[in-house]
Design a protein around this ligand. Structure first.
Ligand code: RP5
Length: 179
């Protein structure tokens, strides 16, 4: 098994109810053997813990924080305000506003404290974005990222080939039927 890098990504979520979505960050990171830890904290229900996490993240070996929350989703912004690490925010869709509330809460940061916001429930892409940032200074991760992109392109080519084959088959059977 390839060795995991010592670099860590901190995956923070507002509640364990966010885990089914935030697990996708972990899936993405695992594809590139990037080390991570997962934490539940809350900007509203446990602000002290959230502050402690943000302030200690760099010393704990984190390079990037990914934070997901639903509703009045202040967790990514609060974390970003207390660390110099890049923070990627994942708006989680919950009832009754299905993620519009969390998207706006996370994306509309004031000038000075950015949060890189992905799509609603876009936890996999948040993981990939973290990988891309890490790839800037890690040639192994960069090579894996390059392979990943090539695999994506190969899948598109394969889908295109299958579609063309199917279309040609349909055409042939239509022509056969009209004779
Ligand atoms: C947010 O409130 C959490 O991130 C979660 O998305 C939402 C609901 O939390 P639970 O009531 O399920 O714990 O802070």
């Amino acid at each position: 098994m390839p060795e995991k890098s010592s670099v860590k990504v901190g995956i923070v979520m507002g509640s364990d109810s966010d885990l089914p979505i935030m697990n996708k960050c972990a899936e993405a990171l695992e594809l590139f053997d990037v080390n991570y830890e997962m934490v539940v904290s809350s900007a509203h229900r446990h602000p002290e813990k959230t502050a402690r996490y943000a302030k200690g993240a760099e010393e704990a070996g984190m390079k990037i924080i990914i934070a997901g929350a639903g509703g009045a989703a202040h967790l990514p912004g609060v974390l970003a305000s207390m660390t110099l690490l890049p923070v990627i925010g994942v708006p989680i869709a919950i009832e009754p506003m299905h993620g519009v509330d969390s998207l706006y809460s996370i994306v509309q940061m004031p000038q000075g404290i950015p949060v890189a916001t992905v799509s609603v429930n876009g936890a996999f892409n948040a993981g990939l974005l973290a990988v891309e940032i890490l790839a800037l200074s890690d040639s192994e991760i960069r090579e894996k990222l390059n392979n990943y992109r090539q695999e994506l392109a190969a899948k598109v080519e394969e889908k295109d080939r299958q579609l063309r084959e199917k279309t040609a088959q349909n055409k042939r059977s239509d022509e056969g039927a009209s004779k």
